[in-house]
Ligand binder design. Structure first.
Ligand SMILES: [Zn+2]
Length: 166
């Protein structure tokens, strides 16, 4: 279990990261702090774009940064999010899926509640029945790794079960 002091520290690091947010459009400055299984903390902030849809959330920036710095084996123990707007906020739907790639149902999520209260939940609560990498294994039965995808018709191999069902 993560102690109260460590939770508080992680929340503060997320808030500190939010100070670097690039949020000229929404003015919603968000920070995230990831506590990895090895004890490393990696932070991120939101980075907006004038096209709006290319905006990166703080959690996604932090995850990308963690992978870039430490490699693909990172695992999330806890994630704190914070904002400098005094608003309640928790990871958006897209970020929940991003976090699920490197966390599990027990990954602790710390977030600000209404009025700035220190709230917490788990990734499993935020994203029940997450899409998992294991589901892709079904796909590899239809498209074995040795399949030359350039030779496939757009609807898949002619003798696959998936094709027969169509
Ligand atoms: Zn998000």
């Amino acid at each position: 279990m993560l102690g109260e002091a460590d939770r508080s520290k992680l929340r503060n690091l997320a808030a500190k990261a939010a100070e670097h947010a690039y949020a000229p459009y929404s003015r919603f400055r968000v920070g995230a702090a990831l506590l990895l299984e090895d004890g490393t903390v990696i932070t991120g902030c939101n980075v907006e774009n004038c096209s709006y849809r290319l905006t990166s959330c703080a959690e996604q920036v932090a995850v990308a940064r963690a992978v870039a710095e430490l490699g693909p084996g990172i695992r999330l123990r806890a994630v704190a999010v914070a904002n400098l707007n005094g608003a309640t906020s928790m990871p958006c739907g897209a970020c929940r899926q991003t976090l699920a790639e490197f966390g599990d149902d027990a990954t602790l999520i710390l977030y600000p509640g209404v009025g700035g209260g220190a709230m917490e939940t788990t990734l499993g609560e935020l994203l029940p029945s997450a899409f998992r990498a294991a589901y892709l294994e079904e796909n590899t039965k239809i498209f074995p790794p040795e399949t030359d995808v350039d030779q496939l018709p757009p609807w898949g191999p002619a003798d696959s079960d998936a094709t027969k069902k169509r």
